[in-house]
Design a protein around this ligand. Structure first.
Ligand code: NAD
Length: 493
């Protein structure tokens, strides 16, 4: 039997076990075998991590010149680039995501650290046009304090940088809780953070379950902000938890993103974009374009071509560079997918391709690209977030109808429209209630592009120039500029 890899948590610059000595195993979705053991943080461990972050916040870190903090971010970026291969491999083993994507992402995530490093000294205050004599008043942006970053199992490196980099750039300290479903890559990342020589306690990385670890972290009285990415049910817990410590909350939640294809769309381009949107990362992406609306004139022809493309997707081992889709990350997801497909078929949904577990391996949970024709978008696969390679397809007649249909879902994270009519592209993209709309493309990210949703997909944006301000508070300072004493202390001036 191969020996399992052992990880420790990174608290106050030390590598530690849980104080209870409890651990859990993390599985490799390729074969569902345990491959690593990680500590399970107790409430005491969380307390230790938060107190370390608080101590670091009271220390030199927020007082460093902004560009000095930026240098640490650049050092992290350099180390990511040098270690992209290792980080990609670990993320792949832990999540089942394709190595060709995780390795590329680890490299690209370095760009986010560079972006925020450059921004560390660009956040300015204001001089207020104040309506009082002998007064100069200014605003400055000051760090918030200890930030709790709660990360889901997918895209851990990306969803960490969008919280960690702006938080550090602005002088905050951070406790990151990785997902219990795939915690390993963040511990590998912690090793690189340590190598930069960043002061102890500025970055702490722990892992554990929602309860007690997540709960203890999000209720801790020293935590000032919770940056959460995950599902809407967990978000409800987080908001309730934040009532305990009155911390600010930002939420990046799920999606059921609609895609419309008009009869004048460039079909090959649309097929590529749809394939990237729902079958990339086996559909296990919060922005997966999982509701497809086809204009009736092209419905049959387009759907046939799309299904042909989907059937050609190469399912395989996640480390194999030729694989285009790997396994589903965990059994819970597989169960949700299978249950929703069954219910949809019972209610009249017609499977165009896929629909049943793939025979590639009987150890991992491989699920093929699946397309289901639905009479209406209230069928289960068309309505619920599935986090899998399942595309529900509906027909529409005109622009107004498709806009209404696209907006008729609780979520509002991503969306897309394919058309060669520029004006229509503009109209439809404006009318969609979603945080992101792609026109004639899909699945792009960038440090300079704000990312986040509307409606039940959450609030607060990650990435982009504005998001750095979410890791600051505005402070107003009044200066009295006269040499004479102020008069009448009993009336507010
Ligand atoms: P999840 O909500 O189950 O877990 C997310 C994190 O919350 C995990 O670290 C988990 O341990 C923690 N948690 C659970 N209960 C908690 C509690 N009571 N208090 C504090 N923390 C708690 O999500 P998941 O299954 O890991 O990820 C999938 C979900 O994440 C999907 O809904 C997906 O759409 C969403 N997601 C959103 C984005 C985005 O940017 N909008 C990106 C990726 C994933």
């Amino acid at each position: 039997m191969t020996k399992l890899k052992q990880y420790k948590m990174f608290i106050d610059g030390e590598w530690v076990d849980s104080d209870t000595k409890k651990t859990f195993e993390t599985l490799n979705p390729e074969n569902n075998k345990p491959w690593a053991v990680v500590p399970e943080a107790s409430a005491n461990d969380v307390d230790r991590a938060v107190k370390a972050a608080q101590k670091a916040f009271e220390g030199e870190w927020p007082k460093l010149l902004p560009r000095e903090r930026g240098k640490y971010l650049r050092a992290i970026a350099d180390k990511l680039r040098k270690n992209a291969e290792l980080l990609g491999e670990i993320e792949t083993i832990d999540t089942g995501k394709l190595f060709r994507e995780t390795k590329k992402q680890a490299n690209y995530i370095a760009e986010y650290y560079d972006y925020y490093a450059g921004m560390a000294d660009k956040v300015e205050g204001t001089v207020l046009p104040i309506d009082k004599p002998n007064i100069q008043a200014i605003t400055t942006r000051v760090p918030i304090g200890v930030i709790a970053a709660i990360i889901p199992w997918n895209s851990q490196m990306l969803l960490t940088v969008t919280k960690l980099a702006p938080a550090l750039a602005m002088g905050n300290t951070v406790v990151i809780k990785s997902s219990e479903l795939a915690p390993a890559v963040l511990f590998e990342f912690a090793k690189l953070v340590e190598e930069t020589g960043i002061p102890k306690g500025v970055v702490n990385i722990i892992t554990g379950y929602g309860d007690p670890c997540g709960k203890a972290l999000t209720t801790h009285n020293l935590v000032e902000k919770i940056a959460f990415t995950g599902g809407p049910e967990t978000a409800r817990h987080i908001i309730r938890n934040s009532a305990e410590n009155l911390s600010e909350v930002s939420l990046e939640l799920g999606g059921k993103s609609p895609v419309a294809v008009f009869e004048d769309a460039h079909q090959e381009n649309a097929i590529n974009g749809i394939t990237a949107g729902i079958f990339g990362a086996s559909g296990q992406s919060c922005i997966a374009g999982s509701r497809l609306y086809l204009q009736k004139e092209i419905y049959n022809e387009f759907l046939d071509k799309l299904a042909e493309r989907a059937k050609k997707i190469k399912i395989g081992a996640p480390m194999d560079p030729k694989s285009e889709m790997g396994p589903i990350s965990n059994f819970k997801q597989l169960e949700i997918i299978e249950k929703n497909i069954k219910l949809t078929v019972e209610q009249g949904g017609k499977i165009k391709c896929g629909g049943k577990r793939h025979s590639f391996s009987n150890e991992g949970y491989y699920f093929p690209p699946t397309i289901i024709e639905c009479d209406n978008h209230n069928l289960p696969t068309a309505e619920n977030e599935l986090f899998g390679p399942i595309l529900s397809v509906m027909k529409f007649e005109n622009e107004e109808e498709v806009i209404n249909k696209m907006n008729d879902n609780q979520y509002g994270l991503s969306s897309a429209v394919y058309t060669s009519d520029f004006s229509r592209g503009m109209r439809v993209s404006k009318a969609i209630r979603a945080g992101i709309t792609f026109v004639n493309t899909y699945r792009l990210i960038s440090p300079s592009a704000p990312f986040g949703g509307m409606k039940d997909s959450g609030y607060g944006k990650e990435a982009g120039i504005e998001s750095i301000k979410d890791y600051t508070r505005v402070k107003t300072t009044w200066y009295y500029t006269s040499d004479k004493p102020t008069l009448d202390p009993f009336s507010m001036r």
